[in-house]
Every structure is written in C-alpha cells, then in structure tokens.
Design a protein around this ligand. Structure first.
Ligand code: PHE
Length: 362
C-alpha cells in the first residue's frame, strides 16, 4: 500500500481519535467542559464527523468497513460521554450531601410590611371616639355644588372664601351659581346634605378630603377634615362643650384643658374657635418655664384645634327644618393638624410625600 492510500490515512485518523477521546472526556470537570470536549469529536465540526464525511474518497469495497469502524467509535464516544455526565452529576450530589448543611437558623430576609398612614390612623381614632358617643358616620362627594358648600350654609354671595383665591372650581361657567361644581373647601357640605335628606334627631360624624388654594409648611391644597353635628330639640352650647371636653380627653389626655373663643363662621351663631391645652408642654400641669420654652404653642399654652358653634337658624331654614323647633351644634377640624399634634409631625408636606422613611416611623 502506498502513502496515498486513503484507507490508510482515514484509518489512522480513526485510531488517533480512539486514542484521544477517553482522556479528553475524563478530564472534563463539569458538564459544560464535557459537552465541549464531546463536540470536538462528534459535533458538527468534530474530528470524527469530518473524517466520516471523507468516506467517498475510499474505494467502494472499503467504505462499509470504514463506516462500521467509524460508527463503532462514535458509539464508544457517546457511551463514554454518558458515563462522564453521570460521574459529574454524582459528584455534585455527593458534594451537596457531604458539604455544609443548609443553615435553617439563618435569619430570613425581611419582607417590608405596610402600615396605616397617619391620616388613616387619626381618622380611625376620631371615628372611634365619636361613634362611641353615639354619632353615626356619613360621607359625601369631594366634588360638590356651590349651594352645598356655601349658599345653604349662609355664605353671602360675594364671600371671599368663594373667590378663585381659595376655591378650586370644577365648572367655570356661571361661577357662583348654585349649581356650579367645585372641590369642597370643607366638610360642612355634609351638614347640608344629611339635613336635607333626613329628619332630626341627628348625630353625625363625617370625615373626608377637602381642597383649598393654599400651600405652605402648615397648609396643603388637599387636606382632611372631620365634621360632627347634632340636631335635636333643646340642644345647647353646654352639650357642645361637653362633647368637646370628652373628645379632647379621649384623644389626648384626661387632664387636658379646653377653651372656646368667640369666632365667626356664617353657618353658626354663636360661633367659636376651640383651643386645647398644649399637648407638647402639657400646659395644664402648670410648669410655666416648660410652656415658655414650647415651640408648638409658642409659649401660649394653647393650640388652636377646631371651629364650632350652634347651627345658624338660616341653615335650618335652607334645609327645610323649623328653627323654632330644632337646635343643634356643629364642629369641624383638620385631621392633618390633629395627626401632626398627636404624632409630633413638624411639616404637613411629610404626610403627602409617600416617603417610606417617614411613614415607617409612625
Ligand atoms: N367648616 C369650618 C372650616 O372649614 C369649620 C367649622 C365647622 C366651623 C363646623 C363651625 C362649625 O373652617
């Protein structure tokens, strides 16, 4: 046979692969390395694959023999590949079984847990107090009519609160007309709504968002109020004061002092603003130096908390009640301000920034 005998050359090629593959597959340390090594022989560009493609170079009577030898070698490589794949899988399993055990005492990764917003918390507390005093809870829309927000509450037509300065109008047409729609500026709309559709006796508490064109450290264009009112026969200012006193004690402190100063709201007569003894320096304890240094009440010993009064006869007439038969009181206050006082929040904006560092502190 000459050097050019293709059968000699191709057989030598098979012999070389047969001598090589076992060591190549055995040295693979992981599945990826094993597949790469395997590919070098039997992959699309593998040495055995390429060698087998040269079969047509052989004379016809030698092809069968070469084909059988090639296929046998391919089977041997595939068998070795499967063996080594199993070896690698077993090694991994063995390492798991003999390696360090899963440490079940490791602290779990904490999942962030949500909590109630300070406004929701104060609202829950306020509703608890008022419902325990026999008030029932009512609700009304954020967008309401001019007449429910102003006219039926006795605001004169040109009252400054109805200016663009203070009120967000929804419908611009016929601004100031009874049917003009606006974002309610206070929860006193609920007085009109509930009295218009029901008959006394009534004891109602109504929380909700209100809107004014106001924006600074203590004012936000949207804030929250809670309104409470009672209508019956023979309701007096003493009833109002009693509710105020009980309310202040339950929300803040059993010894808190409460005072009412005369003030004006179109829908009450007489009307008043209510101050609570400062809950920060606990002014009612009489420590004059502590109160003098208090930054919340600025040394006065009092913080303004709410507006109130006896419901004005004009309001009763506007909702179809006879002011000679019924009497009542109403009070309204900012829940944001109460939350700030109760939880010691310095800036109203913190309530609306959705900063979890702030929210998780309460
Ligand atoms: N609605 C008034 C305000 O927003 C508060 C108030 C309510 C006053 C009820 C008196 C009676 O300022």
């Amino acid at each position: 046979m000459s050097d050019h005998d293709p059968m000699v050359e191709l057989s030598a090629g098979l012999a070389a692969i047969a001598a090589e593959y076992e060591a190549a597959l055995a040295s693979a340390v992981d599945e990826h390395a094993l597949r790469t090594a395997n590919g070098r022989f039997v992959g699309p560009q593998g040495s055995l694959t390429l060698l087998m493609k040269r079969m047509p170079e052989l004379p016809g009577d030698r092809r069968k023999e070469f084909g059988q030898q090639g296929n046998a070698l391919k089977q041997a490589i595939t068998g070795a590949f499967d063996e080594h794949l199993l070896r690698i899988a077993q090694a991994i399993r063995q390492a798991e079984l003999t390696g360090p055990a899963l440490d079940v005492s490791l602290p779990a990764r904490a999942r962030p847990v949500g909590r109630l917003h300070p406004i929701t918390r104060i609202q829950d507390e306020l509703l608890d107090i008022f419902t325990s005093l026999g008030f029932e809870v009512a609700d009304g829309p954020d967008i309401d009519f001019h007449e429910n927000c102003f006219d039926k509450l006795g605001f004169p037509k040109d009252h400054p609160a109805t200016d663009m300065q203070d009120t967000f109008f929804v419908s611009q047409r016929d601004r100031g007309d009874a049917a003009t729609t606006l974002l309610r500026t206070h929860t006193s709309t609920i007085q009109v709504r509930e009295m218009s559709r029901r008959k006394p006796p009534l004891a109602i508490v109504a929380p909700g968002a209100v809107y004014r064109r106001d924006d600074d450290a203590t004012h936000s264009p949207m804030f929250h109020q809670i309104e409470a009112f009672v209508v019956d026969t023979d309701v007096t200012f003493a009833d109002l004061k009693g509710v105020l006193q009980l309310f202040a004690q339950r929300l803040f402190h059993k010894d808190i002092t409460v005072r009412v100063r005369p003030s004006y709201f179109p829908f009450v007569e007489p009307g008043g603003e209510v101050d609570f003894g400062c809950v920060f320096c606990r002014a009612w304890e009489g420590d004059a130096a502590r109160t003098a240094a208090c930054r919340v009440c600025k040394g006065s010993g009092w913080v303004e908390v709410l507006g109130c009064g006896m419901i004005h006869p004009v309001v009763f007439e506007n909702v179809g009640y006879d002011p000679k038969e019924v009497s009542g009181f109403a009070l309204g206050m900012g829940m944001d301000r109460l939350a700030m006082l109760k939880y010691g929040i310095p800036n109203i904006k913190l309530l609306y920034e959705n900063d979890v560092r702030f929210l998780s502190a309460f």
